[in-house]
Design a protein around this ligand. Structure first.
Ligand code: NAP
Length: 300
């Protein structure tokens, strides 16, 4: 339980509602900032404006998945007002206050460092990334169906990268009957791809494998689907780029060649906000309970 813990939830989308639900169930007290237009009321949670919150009592701050923009703005889909997080706000919190975010950027890193507050990036955790790969794959299947006139079954699908997302994508497309080849650079990844019953190739040889590719799914956050690779693809190829912005595809060249290339960020929040929110809520509630217990242990 989180009885007695004070948490500020600042901004976010439908995923944050699952976090709020879970944390109120655990009996924490929540200040909801950037939720004025939310119809639903949660017992134990009050809607406040940033300047109304007494940050000296706040044990944790929960930011939405993207954290902040590079100028400190926080996405608030349940409010018309702009909300900014600054070093000054963080300095008002007690030294033990921890900031939780999906991902971070140079701005968020800098203000948490200057204020000397701990920042936890949930998406850098393996458990969150692996659970999150499930709705990501479902979103990828949705895009493949929407943007092709052939079945996934029987298609030649290339997956680039055998990380947390790449492995789930490769396995699921193979289960749907696609002929899956996976490009990776580590010999252990090549071995794992072989063990999975899929066809491996070294990422440096990508250009030699795309002559008859139907669907190319990239998970590598570096430019790998380059102009020279795209120039060898058949014109019907669909490229779905899952890697974080700006992706790993030369989109300008793909457009010039008339090849459909889609950058598809944030699929879990689009196709399954409830599940994506529950994934974060489960991990977050465990981290907050651990944090709370270790602080209580230090006090007693
Ligand atoms: P990950 O576990 O770190 O996997 C990344 C993969 O890329 C690894 O196999 C890594 O191989 C490979 N890689 C990295 N740099 C490379 C390079 N220069 N050349 C060749 N291979 C390289 O990451 P993940 O969790 O799978 O996520 C992959 C991407 O998808 C990230 O950008 C993430 O933000 C994004 N993502 C998008 C969505 C969405 O909805 N679109 C959802 C979740 C995640 P090595 O081990 O050899 O480095």
């Amino acid at each position: 339980m989180l009885t007695g813990m004070q948490i500020a939830v600042i901004g976010g989308d439908a995923r944050q509602l699952e976090i709020i639900r879970k944390l109120t169930e655990l009996d924490s007290k929540l200040s909801l900032i950037g939720f004025e237009q939310l119809d639903h009321a949660f017992s134990g949670a009050i809607k406040e404006k940033l300047d109304e919150v007494d940050f000296s009592n706040i044990d944790s701050i929960i930011l939405p998945v993207p954290g902040t923009s590079l100028d400190g703005q926080i996405e608030t889909i349940f409010s018309n007002e702009k909300v900014y997080l600054s070093e000054e706000v963080l300095m008002k919190t007690p030294p033990h206050c921890t900031i939780y975010s999906g991902i971070t950027n140079s701005y968020l890193n800098a203000i948490t460092k200057k204020a000397n507050r701990r920042l936890v990036q949930l998406f850098s955790r393996d458990d969150v990334a692996i659970y999150n790969s499930i709705p990501t794959v479902e979103g990828t299947i949705m895009m493949a169906i929407q943007h092709t006139d052939f079945t996934i079954h029987g298609s030649k699908t290339i997956v680039l990268g055998l990380g947390r997302v790449g492995m789930s994508v490769a396995r699921t497309f193979a289960s749907l009957g696609a002929r899956v080849q996976v490009g990776a650079r580590k010999s252990e990844h090549i071995a794992r791809i072989t063990e999975m019953g899929l066809t491996p190739f070294h990422i440096n040889d990508l250009a030699q494998h795309v002559r008859d590719v139907d669907i190319c799914i990239n998970t590598i956050p570096h430019l790998v689907v380059s102009a020279s690779v795209i120039s060898r693809m058949p014109s019907h190829t669909l490229i779905i780029d899952l890697a974080s912005k700006p992706g790993g595809t030369d989109f300008r060249y793909a457009e010039k060649r008339g090849i459909k290339a889609l950058l598809a960020p944030g699929l879990p929040g689009i196709v399954a906000p409830k599940t994506a929110g529950q994934i974060l809520a489960n991990v977050l509630s465990q981290l907050l309970q651990d944090d709370f217990q270790s602080r209580k242990g230090k006090v007693t």
